[in-house]
Design a protein around this ligand. Structure first.
Ligand SMILES: [Zn+2]
Length: 410
């Protein structure tokens, strides 16, 4: 059991001095529950965004009906996980805003922003992303090549709406994500899921052994460098690269050489996929930030800044591609946060081991078709609410999900 003192310390280290001192005084009166801490994180984000980005408080507002002007069959949703996890003091706190200029000045003013999205599940990247994709807190081994146990958003979408396999895709960071496209659930599963593109796997196949030229793009996992599972399931083959992405192996290799990180490679593949296939449901898992596990703060910050820029690039592509413009809702949310500086059970930004309130209290922004712009909602939601929300927007039922549709987006 974690000491309350550590939780208070984590809280106060996050806050501006004036608010921190307030917490300091109040902390002498009793225990801060995780729920109360999450609420306080949310209020701090809310106040900061209201003053810095000019957003209005939307707790009493409800948006226009989603996709009011778009026929159901043309609606699209794109999800970006802002990963693997950044803390407020490097993002939304006043001292962090310089790291996310694109979110602050371009995306947030156009978004409905939810300040309190709590993840009550396991804080490992694969299992947490699987939980986001199923709407259930999955308990599968984070480091095993296993499918989620509950139906994924891709399966609900394809089965309910009778969509072909080309209409749902995942672009994921490491080999460990190769099974995320479809679950082991007996009512769904094989043949009903999303295609999964693993850009690093694709690049490995394309360069056939010349790894040194691309080493900066190929690191598979920041947490356990020795982990590189054998691939099975629906991973993308080189042949498909040419047939679906319309990229020659040589073009792909040449372009990859110009890129600085794995997430850059993912977004390059995403753009190509949007132009050539235009899937209606597209899931992009970012992972550069997780380089923090190496312990270099500067690389962690660089990862946040790059992710900020890449999110804006995906949004620009959505707005400029005729298949997406005006009929797409973009969701951006982290899989989870990272540990506080003052928790003796962790090592600050480097890991996400303590399971404290800071590492569990995340956020989400939604923008695009049907979403009211420039409003903040600070009531508590959960990571598992994402899939039922997308279901309500795109008109399919997430029958086995634990979460609930976010009413402010419907
Ligand atoms: Zn990690």
């Amino acid at each position: 059991m974690r000491s309350t003192r550590y939780i208070e310390s984590a809280m106060t280290s996050l806050l501006p001095p004036s608010i921190a001192s307030c917490f300091g005084r109040r902390s002498t009166r009793g225990v801060w529950s995780p729920q109360k801490l999450s609420r306080q994180f949310a209020l701090t984000r809310r106040d900061f965004l209201r003053t810095s980005a000019g957003l209005a408080l939307g707790s009493t507002l409800f948006g226009a009906r989603a996709f009011a002007d778009s026929p159901i069959r043309k609606r699209k949703a794109v999800v970006i996980t802002f990963g693997g996890g950044a803390r407020d003091q490097e993002t939304f706190a006043p001292e962090g805003q310089e790291n996310i200029p694109h979110l602050m000045h371009e995306l947030i003013p156009q978004s409905a922003f939810f300040t309190q999205v709590v993840n009550r599940g396991i804080l490992g990247h694969y299992v947490a992303t699987a939980s986001l994709a199923t709407g259930v807190y999955e308990t599968i081994n984070n480091f095993a090549s296993l499918p989620p146990e509950h139906p994924t958003v891709f399966e609900y979408f394809r089965k309910d709406l009778k969509r072909p396999s080309a209409d749902a895709w995942v672009v994921a960071p490491s080999n460990g994500f190769n099974r995320i496209g479809e679950s082991s659930h007996r009512s769904y599963g094989p043949g009903l899921g999303a295609g999964v593109i693993l850009p690093k796997h694709l690049l490995t196949a394309a360069i056939s052994g010349r790894r040194n030229d691309y080493a900066h793009l190929l690191r598979d996992n920041y947490e356990t460098p020795l982990y590189a599972p054998e691939l099975g399931g629906s991973e993308f083959e080189l042949m498909q690269m040419e047939r679906i992405l319309k990229l020659s192996v040589d073009d792909f290799k040449a372009h990859a050489r110009t890129l600085s990180s794995p997430d850059e490679l993912s977004v390059y593949v995403v753009r190509q996929l949007m132009r050539q296939v235009a899937p209606s449901l597209l899931w992009i898992t970012m992972h550069d930030i997780d380089v923090a596990h190496a312990g270099a703060y500067s690389l962690y910050i660089e990862g946040i800044r790059r992710t900020d820029r890449l999110c804006a690039e995906v949004w620009k592509t959505i707005q400029s591609e005729p298949e997406y413009a005006g009929k797409t809702t973009l969701f951006i949310l982290p899989d989870f946060g990272r540990d506080s500086d003052d928790d003796s059970g962790g090592n600050g930004f480097q890991h996400h081991r303590t399971g404290d309130a800071l590492s569990r209290t995340t956020w989400m922004m939604a923008l695009g078709a049907g979403v009211r712009q420039g409003v903040i909602f600070d009531r508590a939601t959960e990571s598992t609410d994402l899939v039922p929300t997308i279901g309500s927007m795109l008109d399919f039922s997430a029958s086995f999900a634990q979460g609930k549709p976010i009413q402010e987006l419907l």
